[in-house]
Design a protein around this ligand. Structure first.
Ligand code: UDP
Length: 152
């Protein structure tokens, strides 16, 4: 099973339960979850590829404005499937084209767009290690079957 990293961002943390229900309903297994308050340094490291973008400081201030919930999700083609459920980066585009997506439902601006998803298998590996450097991955929530316990 492929794995990806999901983050429920500070503006959507109050909706975390509902978002987790959407995740389970879509057939993902939540393999790990961790609620953390990122430091500015950690957020800057996580989003390093965007350091020269005009929105970078807004993004860092937002991502450190409150706790986030990081989760490892597992499913066949999890990276793609989670990006689809997430919706496009722009909340306006999400509302227009994918009204059932997480960003359409819980996003409030292009920066405060409710959740994050890795954009490739390579990013997923780096991002999972960023939030979960020291854990062996075991499923901890419902929606899993015995085969999910077997490593890929
Ligand atoms: N972002 C922003 N303004 C923009 C584009 C992106 O504030 O014009 C923020 C937004 O929170 C987004 C994050 O920066 O989720 C990372 O941007 P990316 O282009 O990687 O989008 P994503 O992969 O999150 O859809």
């Amino acid at each position: 099973m492929e794995k990806t990293l999901a983050i429920i961002k500070p503006n959507a943390i109050a909706n975390a339960e509902e978002i987790e229900k959407m995740i389970i309903k879509d057939g993902f297994t939540i393999v790990q979850r961790r609620r953390v308050l990122l430091s500015k340094e950690q957020a800057m490291e996580f989003y390093a590829e965007h350091r020269d973008k005009p929105f970078f400081s807004d993004l860092i201030n937002f991502m450190t404005s409150g706790p986030v919930l990081a989760m490892v999700l597992s499913k066949d083609r999890a990276v793609r499937a989670w990006r689809r459920l997430l919706g496009p980066t722009s909340v306006a585009a999400a509302i227009k084209k994918h009204p059932d997506s997480i960003r359409a439902r819980f996003g409030s601006s292009d920066t405060e767009n409710a959740a994050h998803g890795s954009d490739s298998a390579e990013s997923a590996e780096r991002e999972i290690r960023f939030f979960f450097p020291d854990v062996t991955l075991y499923p901890i929530l419902s929606g899993m079957e015995a085969r999910d316990f077997v490593d890929d």
